[in-house]
Design a protein around this ligand. Structure first.
Ligand code: PGA
Length: 251
């Protein structure tokens, strides 16, 4: 039985005070939450330390939205995996389509980030997704397979045990358009199948695969009830405690 997981990707939203009050309000609602769901938020870099201190020994886990692939060095403006670990951050989101598109992160670069994150003991939430054209041209399965092959599949099985995959079709992110539950289930089953081909059935059955792209309170329950969907990576709807809680309660 895979534990469900809901991750709030705050992107470049929420200042310090908003971050703090979100966490306090979340804690107030905690007793009403299902203890079986793992809940993660990914605030912006400047607030990770505060968030991580506030969430120590709480059911709320903290993820970074990015990290650099090197140990340390002259990389102005960058943050290393070890720095994240030193402030108590346990997880990192890698491969988000916004990083791929606006910051030109290639599969080759992401493969390096994966190695570095694993080396430093960060748990990875790894995003994959196709464009609208790729789906229209029936290239979506091959696109996802290639993204996984070029980034994760060079790693040995024992390193990937804690990895979480987030399937986010690019055309669904921030657009209000979502995959139908059937479309999402079909892709999640496919991802599990390629993990099975590479690492065996037992491993594939344990990998958690999240869906993302305009997931909100009104569609979360139906998506999360699909056999191979283990929760969600939530952008816009993770910014308000009430919406985020409703999504968590849909697990
Ligand atoms: P969205 O973003 O829920 O606002 O579509 C999801 C994401 O980019 O992770």
């Amino acid at each position: 039985m895979r534990q469900k997981i809901v991750v709030g990707n705050w992107k470049m939203h929420h200042h310090l005070e908003e971050t703090q009050s979100f966490i306090w309000d979340f804690f107030k609602a905690c007793p009403t939450l299902h203890p079986q769901v793992e809940v993660v938020i990914a605030p912006a870099y400047p607030f990770l330390c505060t968030a991580s201190q506030m969430c120590q020994k709480s059911p709320l886990h903290i993820a970074a939205q990015n990290m650099h692939q090197a140990d340390q060095g002259a990389y102005t403006g960058e943050v290393s995996a070890a720095m994240l670990r030193s402030i108590g951050v346990q997880k990192v989101i890698l491969g988000h389509s916004e990083r791929r598109e606006y910051f030109l992160e290639s599969d080759e670069l992401l493969a390096q980030k994966v190695i570095q994150a694993l080396k430093c003991g960060l748990e990875i939430i790894f995003c994959v997704g196709e464009t609208f054209t790729q789906r229209e041209e029936a290239q979506h399965f091959d696109t996802i397979r290639l993204q996984l092959e070029k980034t994760l599949f060079s790693r040995p099985l024992q390193e990937l045990r804690s990895i979480v995959i987030a399937y986010e079709p690019i055309w669904a992110i921030g657009t209000g358009q979502t995959t139908t539950p059937d479309q999402a289930q079909e892709m999640h089953a496919y991802i599990r199948q390629i993990f099975s081909e590479k690492y065996g059935k037992a491993t594939a059955s344990k990998i958690r695969i999240l869906c993302g792209g305009s997931v909100k309170p009104s569609n979360a329950r139906e998506l999360f009830s699909q056999k191979d969907i283990d929760g969600g990576l939530i952008g816009g709807a993770s910014l308000k405690v009430a919406d985020f809680l409703e999504i968590i309660q849909s697990c």
